[in-house]
Structure formats: structure tokens, C-alpha cells
Design a protein around this ligand. Structure first.
Ligand code: FE
Length: 236
């Protein structure tokens, strides 16, 4: 048997991985960051950390290019907009660092200071191909506590905050239901895979059962990832 729910039992944290790409002219570098859950220390001497990053992501391109990255450990109280900014938007569309607090590692990689308990800087020493993702192994060259607090766990994010993950996350579940929505009345969130079912409505957000998608208020957002109505596609 293969029960995908078994994989939910693996424990993770929630992190922002940042990196840089040198400009061709070296006049100025570009910077980006993204949310990742697949982060772990794998060795103590030297301190080596492993990070899984989706190959489609701009941060993947930047780490591959520069060989340097930083990890910021998010606190449990991290507000969803910060997670949304780094987890559900692409650095190809927006400057992820705009309006966010950050510092610089010795290698001039930004690390996030907003709602971050600690950061580490790492230099890539190896990679492993992991299908949709690459596992980057990095030797940790800097590590610092930014403030005391409780780290956000992936379980807390899902269970207490009731938020979802983008389709580029390693834990995204490609369920049969999400592959093809059967009813034309249902709409699917292209960001996180959430399905709006008019029969069920969205009672937690005061949308009564039986409300068609086109009668949802304009400011209604995906209850899982916060995406707007324009990010939904009609079911097929
Ligand atoms: Fe969504």
C-alpha cells in the first residue's frame, strides 16, 4: 500500500532560504529567498546542513550560480503575509526583500531578520538530484541567534494556522482529486491546489454553502494560501 498521509507524520520546521546571483558585469548582484521545510543538519564536524530546493525556483538558480545561501529559522508567531511573500510568490515577479528586514552574511547573502530566531550561512559543498528538487549540502560558515522564541513547525503551520503549500513544495500532495476537478462548478486555486466547492461554500469566512464561485465577494481569498479570485481556474 501507499498512503500519502504517512508522510505527514514526518516533522519539519519552516525556513526562509536566501541566496544571490552575481550580475554578469559583476556591477550588482541579485538576491532572492523562498520558504523551505526540507532543512536539516546532517553532520557536526564540519557542520553540514542539507536543504531541498525545487529546480523551478529562482532561489535554486541563485544557489547554483553563487554556491552560497543562508537559512533563517522562522518563529511560531510568523504572520502569514511573510510566509505568503516568500512561499507563494516568485522572485521573478517581485523583489522579495522589499519592505522586509534583513542583514548580510560575510559572503554578502541577505538573511531575513523579521520573525527569525536564528540564521546560518552556508557554502555549497555538494548536491544530490532529488527528482523535482535538488538537495544542496552546505558547510555552515556562520550561525547566530537573533532572538529567543519557539520555532514554527510545519505541523503547527498546517494544523493550527490551517494553511497550505504551493505546488512546488516537496510535500505537495498530487491527489487524484486535485489532478482533475470533475464538476464545472468547482474552481481550483492554481497556487496551492485548494478546491472551492460551491456546495460546501467557505463557512469559516462567512461564505454560505450553495454560493457559486462568481458570487463570491471580490475580496474573497483562497482560505489556504491567501491567493485572490483571479488565481483560480474553473474546474474541468
Ligand atoms: Fe490557494
Amino acid at each position: 500500500m501507499f498512503d500519502p498521509k504517512a508522510l505527514y507524520k514526518i516533522g519539519y520546521g519552516l525556513y526562509i532560504i536566501t541566496s544571490k546571483e552575481e550580475d554578469k558585469s559583476r556591477a550588482r548582484a541579485r538576491y532572492n529567498g523562498q520558504i523551505a521545510n526540507a532543512v536539516m543538519q546532517v553532520s557536526a564536524q564540519p557542520v553540514i546542513i542539507a536543504v531541498g530546493i525545487n529546480k523551478q525556483n529562482l532561489t535554486h538558480q541563485f544557489i547554483t550560480s553563487s554556491g552560497h545561501f543562508a537559512i533563517s529559522v522562522l518563529e511560531q508567531e510568523t504572520p502569514f503575509p511573510l510566509i505568503q511573500r516568500f512561499g507563494f510568490k516568485s522572485g521573478r515577479d517581485i523583489d522579495k526583500l522589499a519592505g522586509v528586514g534583513y542583514g548580510w552574511t560575510a559572503e554578502q547573502v541577505p538573511y531575513i531578520t523579521d520573525h527569525s530566531l536564528a540564521y546560518m550561512a552556508a557554502t555549497t559543498i555538494g548536491t544530490a538530484d532529488a527528482g523535482t528538487h535538488t538537495l544542496f549540502l552546505g558547510e555552515v560558515t556562520e550561525a547566530s541567534i537573533l532572538k529567543e522564541g519557539v520555532p514554527m513547525t510545519y505541523d503547527y503551520y498546517h494544523r493550527v494556522l490551517r494553511r497550505g503549500v504551493p505546488s512546488t513544495a516537496p510535500t505537495f500532495q498530487f491527489t487524484e482529486e486535485k489532478k482533475g476537478v470533475q464538476s464545472v462548478d468547482k474552481y481550483i486555486c492554481t497556487v496551492c491546489g485548494y478546491i472551492y466547492d460551491p456546495e460546501a461554500g467557505d463557512p469559516e469566512n462567512n461564505i454560505a454553502p450553495g454560493t457559486p464561485f462568481n458570487e463570491l465577494p471580490d475580496d474573497w481569498v483562497c482560505p489556504v494560501c491567501g491567493a485572490g479570485k483571479d488565481m483560480f481556474n474553473k474546474g474541468i
